[in-house]
Design a protein around this ligand. Structure first.
Ligand SMILES: [Zn+2]
Length: 72
């Protein structure tokens, strides 16, 4: 379990990728926590987003900013 700061992108950079609306809080079954790269809000709790194989953009439920997984 780690806190992972996501990489902030502009809405125009999302392209054709699917947008995952994290809403108030998204809680998984285990894994890492992901923080919004724009406002620092904890968007996703206990999920392993690296297992999602399709390119996704994560929308913060707090500031509405778009984020992607940081390069690993
Ligand atoms: Zn945010």
């Amino acid at each position: 379990m780690a806190d992972i700061m996501m990489a902030a992108i502009d809405r125009g950079e999302a392209g054709e990728r699917q947008v995952f609306h994290t809403g108030v809080s998204t809680v998984g079954q285990g894994g890492d926590d992901y923080l919004c790269g724009h406002c620092g809000r904890r968007m996703v709790h206990a999920m392993d987003l690296t297992r999602i194989e399709v390119p996704m953009v994560y929308e913060c439920g707090g500031c509405g900013g778009y984020n992607v997984l940081p390069e690993s």
